[in-house]
Each structure stands twice: as C-alpha cells, then as structure tokens.
Design a protein around this ligand. Structure first.
Ligand SMILES: Cc1cc2nc3c(=O)[nH]c(=O)nc-3n(C[C@H](O)[C@H](O)[C@H](O)COP(=O)(O)OP(=O)(O)OC[C@H]3O[C@@H](n4cnc5c(N)ncnc54)[C@H](O)[C@@H]3O)c2cc1C
Length: 289
C-alpha cells in the first residue's frame, strides 16, 4: 500500500512538473524575464504573476512584495513589454484588509514610477469586495486594471461600477467554483454572461482586455471591434493556445500572455487541471495548442 501510494505520488509529481513546465516560466525573476522577452519577440505583451495565494504568514507576504518590487525594476531595466498581476491574498488579505491594501499601494507606486501596468487578479468570492475597494482608491491615477469574473452574478454591476470610475477591466470566465446563489450557473450561462459584459464594455469603455481561449468569444469581440474601435487586448495563459495568440498578434491585434513564475506551481497546475474539459484541454495544451 505504502509503495503504491508513493509510486502514485511520484507519477503525480512528474505529471505536475511536466504541466507546470509548460504553464509556468520557471522559479525565478530571470526565468520570467526570459519568457517575456521571447514572447515580446513574437509581437506579444506579457502579464507576469509571482505564484502564491491565500497566505496567512507575514513572511510569505513580505517575500512576495519584495519579489514584485525587484520584478518591476528588472522589467524597466531590461525594457521588457510586461505588466504584473497581483493576487490580493498573496499581499496579505487573509491576515488583514489594511495590510493587503498597504502592500498593493506600495507596489502600484513603484510600478507607476517605472511605467509598469499593475493588474489585480480576481480571486474567490469572499475577496471580491476588498479587491474592488482597493482598486477604486487607486484607479484615478491610472496605470491599474482589475479582473472581473463572468461566472459571478454581481460582475454585471461591478463592470458598470469599474467603467464608471474609468477603470480598466480584464474580463475572464472565472476559475473558482462558487455556490449557486452567487454564480450565474454552468458553462453555457458563464459564456452568456461573458457576452453580456463584453458587449457592455464595447459600448461603454475605451480600453479593456478580453482574457479567454474561447475562439467564438474572441471572434465576436473582433467583430464588435470593427464597429466600436476600442483599445482591446486579447489575453491568454502561458502554454494554452499560444499559437492562436501568435496568429492574432501577427494580424495586428494587441495580445498579452499571462505568465506565472515561482516555486509554488502546484496550486496553479491543479487549478488548470480542474477547469472545464480538463483532460482534452490539458492534452491539447501539452501538444502545443
Ligand atoms: C489572461 C488571463 C487572466 C486570467 N485571470 C483570472 C483571474 O484573475 N481570476 C480568475 O478567476 N480567473 C482568471 N483567469 C482564468 C479564467 O477565469 C478561466 O478559468 C480560464 O481562462 C479558462 O476559461 P476560458 O475563458 O479559456 O474558457 P474555457 O471554456 O475553459 O475554454 C474555452 C475554449 O477554449 C478552447 N481551449 C481552451 N484551452 C485550449 C487548448 N489548450 N487548446 C485548444 N483549445 C483550447 C476550447 O475550445 C475551449 O472550449 C484568467 C485567464 C486568462 C486567459
């Protein structure tokens, strides 16, 4: 029994590392910068995220803030076309809202000084209010954006609020399983909600990001943009449909690839594996889709 378990976990760990190698740039800042330079050379921008979430230890939070500060300097020094994306729970949200906001403000200040765009990832439902509040207090001075999840009922209203404050939305389907009361439903409903919010953005916002690998949604966005002529970026995750992303970039579209890096790849790889169509999707991404 013990042997079977250890063989299973070795296999699991091997699979995890193979997948992580495809989705994650590597453990350190230099790996992230190298991946960014390579994507830049193919005409694509980059959004860098240092892996880690749900921190409850002050030390993990401090190390993360320090890494982002170093990353910002390196992006500027190497003249890489890259922004960064922060998770509120890696900035200390589970320890306290004030701590997370202090860290967010500190990173945003440093990034503004170097012209590096700062995104806020959207995490589980219980982090949404705090995430939008900290964003709202920085939005007026520009250089910041926020993810909204089509999977949540509230996101229709949140999109109006963010656009009302001239914020920049990155629209995603949503990576978290939320209870029925707050979620829009299954994948069909999520896609419908995505379309509704996307249409709202085209009608009312000058600049936003369509973050999905969903071909029909991307084609619909491109068709809308022929009428609205907005500043739209199409964003995908590192290692998923990146040839498609490259084709979009080659036909004069603004494209960004979200590239995670860092040693904490396991949670990230597990989330990608849990997503809809897991097996097929994972195989396709391994085969270079
Ligand atoms: C740039 C970016 C940032 C994100 N930020 C956040 C965030 O802050 N918060 C959050 O909750 N979530 C975030 N996500 C994750 C997001 O919420 C989804 O979980 C993830 O993007 C999968 O949804 P999808 O839109 O690609 O649609 P899906 O329904 O998963 O996939 C749509 C279709 O894309 C195609 N496809 C997908 N993968 C492949 C592949 N490998 N090869 C070929 N075709 C494929 C298939 O046709 C599939 O049916 C982000 C995603 C991106 C791209």
């Amino acid at each position: 029994m013990a042997t079977r378990m250890s063989t299973g976990s070795t296999l699991g760990s091997l699979l995890g590392k193979t997948l992580a190698g495809r989705w994650v740039a590597g453990a350190g800042i230099n790996d992230a910068i190298l991946r960014a330079e390579s994507l830049n050379s193919m005409g694509m921008g980059v959004i860098l995220n240092y892996l880690g979430e749900e921190f409850t230890k002050q030390g993990d939070v401090e190390e993360t803030v320090l890494t982002y500060m170093r990353l910002i300097n390196k992006i500027a020094r190497e003249r890489v076309v890259a922004g960064i994306s922060l998770k509120p729970t890696q900035l200390g949200l589970r320890i306290g809202r004030r701590l997370a906001e202090r860290n967010y403000n500190k990173i945003v200040r440093a990034a503004r000084g170097k012209n590096v765009f700062v995104w806020l990832d959207m995490e589980a439902y219980d982090a949404v209010d705090a995430t939008i509040s900290m964003y709202a207090r920085q939005v007026a001075r520009r250089g910041v954006g926020i993810a909204l999840q089509a999977s949540l009922k509230r996101s229709q209203d949140d999109a109006k609020r963010i656009v009302g404050m001239k914020g920049v939305v990155r629209l995603v389907k949503g990576a978290y399983q939320e209870p029925r009361k707050i979620g829009v439903g299954g994948s069909k409903e999520v896609t419908h909600s995505y379309l509704r919010i996307m249409n709202y953005l085209f009608r009312n916002s000058d600049e936003f990001t369509i973050a999905t690998h969903d071909g029909p949604l991307i084609r619909e966005a491109m068709s809308l943009n022929r009428s609205y002529r907005r500043n739209v970026t199409y964003a995908m995750l590192n290692g998923i449909r990146n040839r498609y992303a490259q084709r979009l970039a080659a036909t004069n579209n603004s494209v960004a690839i979200y590239v995670p890096f860092g040693a904490r790849w396991l949670d990230y790889a597990s989330r990608r594996l849990r997503e809809q169509g897991h097996a097929a999707l994972v195989l396709r991404s391994m085969l270079g889709g």
